[in-house]
Ligand binder design. Structure first.
Ligand code: ZN
Ligand code: ZN
Length: 164
């Protein structure tokens, strides 16, 4: 299966790429937006606006309302800095803010970890099928629920123990 290979920055590089992408869209990289992006990219799992509000309230030492986080997350999604995981009602930092993809998410029902990959042949097929049905596809949402490798291994070990 061919995966679309492209540059995926991490850490400070990811922050710099996000800043550049937001500024290209005509928006300012404010201190608050930078903090929200840093908090979002620090989560191993998809984070809700409440998760981020809580993390920032702790690190800033003042109460930050989830409402203001929502607005920034919406802006991030529009500007391609963040992606919404619909089935988890949460957000992840976009690993490739510089280019647009129909991202495919693998969401673990055991631990909540979410990984993503891009396969334009899969999502292109969905868009083509929608188009053939006369439907104008704007954004395919492809999320696969199941168990990550760690949780699957744990489940196997536990079922092994119970059959002694
Ligand atoms: Zn992607
Ligand atoms: Zn898991």
């Amino acid at each position: 299966m061919a995966r679309h290979a492209h540059h995926e920055p991490h850490g400070d590089d990811l922050l710099a790429a996000a800043k550049a992408t937001l500024e290209r869209s005509g928006e300012q990289w404010t201190a608050m937006r930078a903090n929200v992006y840093a908090a979002l990219s620090g989560f191993a799992k998809p984070a809700s606006a409440y998760d981020i509000a809580e993390a920032l309230s702790r690190s800033e030492g003042r109460r930050i309302a989830a409402n203001s986080i929502y607005r920034i997350l919406d802006l991030f999604v529009t500007a391609n800095l963040a992606l919404r995981v619909e089935s988890a009602n949460a957000y992840v930092a976009n690993a490739h803010p510089g280019c647009r993809h129909d991202c495919i998410f693998l969401v673990c029902d055991g631990c909540g970890n979410t990984t993503h990959f891009d396969d334009d042949s899969l999502t292109g097929g969905l868009r083509a099928a929608a188009g053939a049905a006369g439907f104008v596809a704007e954004r395919p949402v492809v999320e696969v629920r199941g168990r990550c490798a760690d949780c699957a291994a744990t489940a196997r070990a536990q079922s092994g123990q119970s059959t002694h």
